[in-house]
Design a protein around this ligand. Structure first.
Ligand code: AHG
Ligand code: MN
Ligand code: MN
Length: 337
């Protein structure tokens, strides 16, 4: 049996980087361990109330913690403990998370992450995920990281990926040399290579958006959605609407099958809803590496110079020809104004 685990795969790849000293390999190893711990917790999510009520087990303990807080604590502790990551920007923390450990301050990487994406789906047993984005620090080693380490354009990402806690748990990542997927085999507790060099179709039949917000969408997006719904068998329309409300799960499906994900600016979210650093940039990197595209409607996501940690942007990602077409719809409408 030719079974390649995540750690084995990363080790094998290390030779492609002649100057590598094993720091990134160690970082990814720790990330894989944290992913397994969070996977365990997510798979027990429905039991939390039952366990809590029987003899008050863990009433004050971590079982009662919200899962996104648990995931935040688990990933930050594990990544800082690797001593390769000197700081973390997380959706669950206003400020950068660092460590007083002098060895951790020597770490050469910083991480931006959404510890639990799609968290409203947890209570109803629907897929959620974790998103991560890794940069080389710009500040001097030996000190806490600086804000500028985190505010690098997505093009500077060393690696990015996600863990999807779905019908099976998968870790999908890229270092800029293709997108690779690993499925967790719970019987041996290992992420095993299952999807080598994933590629997305140039065009698909799925569009994913919170169509309940339609009335608040910009005109170009409304036009495109009407286009998706039009009857034109020659171009395989109407397309299929699929929307889970977990970016990770919606993106994962669309990457495999071909499709487009749209979260534009709306009245309640005038800059869009999704966060540039730990949702859009990592997903955009994965998308481009699989042959897709990611855009705000006006510019390529990975070219944006971030201004703040929790910055939001309008986000369109998916099959290249679909993103190109939506950009045209948006830009034509805005030029008429
Ligand atoms: P999070 O759970 O990390 O806050 O992210 C939720 C995000 C994203 O995953 C999802 O696609 C989107 O919010 C859903 O938003 P709506 O409920 O507004 O559609
Ligand atoms: Mn999220
Ligand atoms: Mn989240």
């Amino acid at each position: 049996m030719n079974l390649i685990t995540l750690s084995e795969f990363i080790l094998q790849r290390q030779v492609e980087y002649p100057k590598a000293k094993g720091e990134f390999t160690r970082l990814m190893h720790h990330l894989g361990v944290a992913a397994k711990i969070v996977h365990k917790k997510v798979s027990k999510a429905g039991l939390v109330d039952i366990l809590g009520s029987i003899g008050n087990i863990n009433v004050q303990g971590e079982d009662q913690k919200k899962l996104d807080v648990f995931a935040h604590e688990e990933f930050t502790e594990m990544m800082l403990a690797s001593e390769e990551c000197c700081g973390i920007a997380s959706e669950e923390s206003e400020q950068i998370v660092c460590s007083p450990n002098p060895h951790t301050k020597e770490g050469g990487y910083v991480i931006c992450m959404d510890p639990l994406d799609g968290s409203s789906n947890i209570d109803v047993n629907v897929s959620v995920g974790t998103i991560f984005s890794i940069y080389r620090r710009l500040s001097r080693r030996g000190e806490n990281p600086a804000l500028e380490d985190f505010l690098q354009p997505g093009d500077e990402q060393v690696a990015a990926g996600y863990i999807i806690y779905g019908s099976s748990t998968m870790l999908v990542y890229t270092t800029g040399k293709g997108v690779h997927g690993f499925t967790l085999d719970p019987s041996i507790g290992e992420f095993c290579l299952s999807n080598m060099d994933m590629k997305t179709p140039k065009k698909g039949k799925i569009y994913s958006t919170n169509q309940g917000n339609f009335a608040h969408y910009p005109e170009g997006i409304k036009e495109y959605i009407r286009y998706c719904q039009e009857d034109d068998p020659a171009s395989k329309r109407p397309y299929t609407l699929r929307y889970i409300g977990s970016l990770v799960a919606d993106f994962h499906r669309n990457m495999l099958k071909g499709g487009i994900y749209i979260y534009p600016e709306t009245v309640s979210n005038p800059n869009g809803k999704l966060r540039l650093l730990y949702e859009c940039n990592p997903i955009a990197f994965l998308s481009e590496q699989s042959g897709g595209k990611a855009s705000t409607g006006y510019e390529r996501v990975l070219s944006i110079k971030p201004l703040e940690l929790h910055q939001r942007i309008p986000f369109i990602v998916g099959s290249a020809e679909m993103v190109d077409m939506l950009e045209k719809f948006i830009q034509e409408k805005s030029s008429i104004k």
